[in-house]
Write a protein that binds this ligand. Structure first.
Ligand code: ADP
Ligand code: MG
Length: 625
């Protein structure tokens, strides 16, 4: 086109597109899910703006917040139109090509190694999945602040943008036209599209229409010289439709006089709605099936393959602050959960009375629970205020508090329902059902994916510290290679043992050889192994549990009950300790003491009670280097 401006894709985007175009990935269906999810986001945005400014919606058809699918079999075009916020010329340039999302290169790497494109939506580059099925794509868009533009590209490293002077005006919104590849013609079949919308987009909160064909019987004037044969065929057709009575009547009349009309099949088109927009969270939990919860999760998580969430919780909060919520524990931690922990955003979608407000509302959940997914729909928050005012609203604190409680309950339940967790205790009580098979090992799985979040929670959230400590898992000198908990530790404590004993280090193997454990092992005390760097920080915050103090066995203060030999030993080695103190001048050690904590090893260096452990020194050194 002569008025087209040409642009090059940003290098990472271009690489991604090459991969998509040449991909042998068989699940090409995902492109529709991505397009519908973008349309839904765009509709959410305009609806949000309309809360404070009704004018933005315009009038007539433009006020209908929906999306429409059309299939053009002759031109081989699949199009999806939405009445969302639309894109200005600048938006088109930036969003669809010149600025790569932060996750793009991580995703390119991942796809190159796994070939799996399913997670594309999570990396903020879902749009480009259109090139799985199309070799040429046009995006027509109209934003309130700009004229209508067309973006187009054949995925050849470049795209063009032109002011739209030839298409029908959209009013507002976006229409994506996919010129389908020869091998993707199946996406011109209505039945295929209907099936895909059902599968992937059932929980989209806006109606999705398809321009659907329908075979109808129409009465047309019968030709004067029609032969009797043809009339019979017409009668037959209508009797197949179950109108036997009429057909018989027709026959009766037929013997009397010639009919003036006949019935023929004709194809007409009409908009058919494909989804039921009743929000799942408004329904009563007992009416929602497991399958529906799983599907809803997949719609929120933007495609995690077929993996089930580990757990979910659907509840209504009543009282001063009313809201409904569905929370999920995902099957896996996202790829960068702990790399950018302090930058991570909450994954909850906030609605106010069914209207989507934001999915970047950090006031809803603390950082350590940002791995959860779900939605919160509040009846108490005001609708017609700015986001900033909402963020400052008092009831958010109450919502947050309740969400944390419910989230921790949900996680605790994963442990309670996991037969592995109760093994060794009430083994008889664990029923052997298939349900149990599914739940077996779930908590270990949870712990491996999200355990660090629980630890960070203990550090950050003093008010829930005890609840979180209950969820803590670790190995110990008695756990036999399995994970164990503080409650189980306490149940195994020796009579008279007052403290919970632990040791920190780089690995279990290293710690097992530690001289600090010699005597403890011999005396049959259990010692917890903490081997994650975060554990050092954790233990600065976790002072006690169920009224029992923690004691690092490599620090001073370890007591073995009353030991009578101690006094005599001290006396007889007095000279030696004095000599040692002289050799190790005061700035090397604080003190030299006789101790009964060792068995074979002659001496160890112990750190002071309130100072850093040797392991902490190591961690700090590694960090400053
Ligand atoms: P994501 O949806 O994760 O942001 P996509 O690659 O799917 O990533 O889309 C890129 C961007 O393009 C979106 O963030 C949005 O700004 C814009 N966009 C895509 N489709 C539409 C649409 N139908 N209406 C308005 N903007 C859109
Ligand atoms: Mg998207």
């Amino acid at each position: 086109r002569n008025n087209a401006e040409k642009f090059e894709f940003q290098a990472e985007v271009s690489r991604l597109m090459d991969i998509i175009v040449n991909s042998l990935y068989s699940n090409k269906d995902i492109f529709l899910r991505e397009l519908i999810s973008n349309a839904s986001d765009a509709l959410d945005k305009i609806r949000f703006l309309s809360l404070t400014d009704k004018e933005v919606l315009g009038e007539g058809d433009a006020t209908k917040l929906d999306m429409q699918i059309k299939l053009d079999k002759e031109k081989k075009i699949l199009s999806l139109r939405d009445r969302g916020i639309g894109m200005t010329k600048d938006d088109l340039i930036k969003n669809l090509g010149t600025i790569a999302k932060s996750g793009t290169s991580a995703f390119v790497e991942k796809v190159q190694s796994s070939g799996d494109l399913n997670l594309i939506g999570q990396f903020g580059v879902g749009f480009y999945s259109v090139y799985l099925v199309a070799d040429y794509v046009e995006v027509v868009s109209k934003h309130n602040d700009d004229k209508q533009y067309v973006w187009e590209s054949k995925a050849d490293g470049a795209f063009a943008i032109s002011e739209d002077t030839w298409n029908e005006p959209l009013g507002r919104g976006t229409e994506i036209r996919l010129h389908l590849r020869d091998e993707a013609q199946e996406y011109l079949e209505e039945s295929k599209l209907k099936e895909l919308v059902k599968r992937y987009s059932e929980f989209i909160n806006f109606p999705i229409y398809i321009w659907a064909s329908k075979e109808v019987d129409v009465e047309v004037p019968a030709d004067e010289d029609d032969s009797g044969d043809e009339e019979e065929t017409a009668d037959k057709t209508s009797s197949e439709e179950g109108e036997d009575e009429d057909a018989e009547k027709g026959e009766d009349e037929d013997t009397e006089k010639k009919p003036k009309t006949k019935t023929v099949k004709e194809t007409t088109y009409e908009w058919e709605v494909l989804n039921d927009v009743k929000a799942i969270w408004l329904r009563s939990p007992k009416d929602v099936t497991e399958e529906e919860y799983i599907k809803f999760y997949h719609s929120l998580a933007k495609g995690f393959g077929d993996e089930k969430p580990m757990a979910w919780s659907h509840f209504t909060a009543e009282g001063d602050v009313e809201f409904k919520a569905v929370l999920y524990v995902p099957p896996k931690a996202p790829h960068n959960l702990y790399d950018s922990y302090y930058k991570s955003k909450s994954n909850l979608k906030l609605y106010v009375r069914r209207v989507f407000i934001s999915d970047e509302f950090d006031e809803l959940l603390p950082k350590f629970l940002s791995f959860l997914k779900g939605i919160v729909d509040s009846d108490t928050l005001p609708l017609n205020v700015s986001r900033e005012m909402l963020q400052a609203h008092g009831s958010l604190k109450t919502i947050k508090k309740k969400l944390i409680r419910k989230a921790l309950d949900m996680i605790r339940k994963i442990a309670e329902e996991d037969p592995d967790e109760s093994s060794g205790k009430d083994e008889k009580e664990v029923e052997k059902s298939s349900d149990n098979d599914e739940k077996k090992g779930q908590y270990t799985k949870f712990w491996n994916e999200f355990g660090k979040s629980i630890k960070l929670g203990i550090i950050e959230d003093a008010s829930n510290r005890n609840r979180l400590a209950k969820l803590l898992r670790f190995e110990s000198t008695k756990s036999d290679g399995n994970l164990t908990s503080l409650d189980k530790y306490i149940s195994r404590m020796k009579p008279g043992q007052k403290e919970i004993l632990y040791i920190t280090g780089t690995s279990k193997e290293q710690l097992e050889k530690s001289p600090f454990l010699e005597r403890l092992k011999k005396k049959n005390y259990e010692v917890i192994f903490f081997t994650d760097p975060v554990d050092e920080y954790l233990m600065q915050y976790l002072m006690d549990y169920e009224g029992k103090q923690f004691q690092n066995v490599s620090k001073e203060g370890l007591k073995f009950g009353k030991d009578k030999t101690n006094k005599e030993l001290k006396e007889s080695f007095k000279e030696l300790t004095k000599w040692w103190k002289g050799v190790l001048t005061t700035n090397k050690v604080d003190d030299v003491k006789i101790s009964n904590r060792l068995d074979n090893t002659p001496c160890v260096v112990v750190t002071s009670k309130f100072g850093w452990s040797a392991n902490m020194e190591r961690i700090m050194q590694a960090q400053t280097l």
